[in-house]
Design a protein around this ligand. Structure first.
Ligand code: FES
Length: 140
């Protein structure tokens, strides 16, 4: 696929994720150089149609939200910044390992955002979740 055709085919969440990341980046050289000061939350997620099964996740506003257990209560979910604290690559949730993994240099983070494997040394920001009925609100 030619570059122009490829770029033309990228839409939706990918573009949004890139825009959030680029806007949030404050990148310098060296270890743990990424800060995500631009990512803020205050948005709703409809739990009737999103992250309905344990282990599923969504990326919204630069935040990864994962369902860790059944039931629509805050303890059944975690919401962390998507941008790795090392150099800003978006992490993804690995259900089998129950952790977030950065595909760039292999940093790992627990579901509470703590670093479990470097090279990152700073934790992922964790966002507050509230739930009313089937509506989740992510705050931070
Ligand atoms: S960007 Fe280097 S480990 Fe994530």
């Amino acid at each position: 696929m030619k570059r122009r055709a490829f770029l033309g085919s990228i839409t939706g969440p990918v573009v949004a994720a890139c825009a959030v990341c680029m806007g949030a980046c404050s990148k310098t050289t060296g270890s743990d150089s990424f800060t995500s000061g631009g990512v803020s939350a205050n948005f709703n997620v409809d739990l009737l149609t999103n992250i309905t099964t344990v282990g599923s996740s969504i990326l919204q506003n630069g935040i990864v939200i994962v369902r860790l257990a059944t039931g629509n209560v805050p303890a059944s979910f975690t919401a962390v910044q998507a941008a790795c604290t090392h150099q800003g690559t978006f992490v993804s949730y690995n259900q089998a390992a129950n952790k977030f993994i950065c595909p760039n240099h292999g940093a790992n983070f627990s579901t509470t955002g703590a670093v479990t494997q470097g090279p990152a040394t700073n934790p992922l920001k964790v966002y507050v979740i509230t739930i009313s009925g089937s509506t989740m609100t992510v705050i931070g």
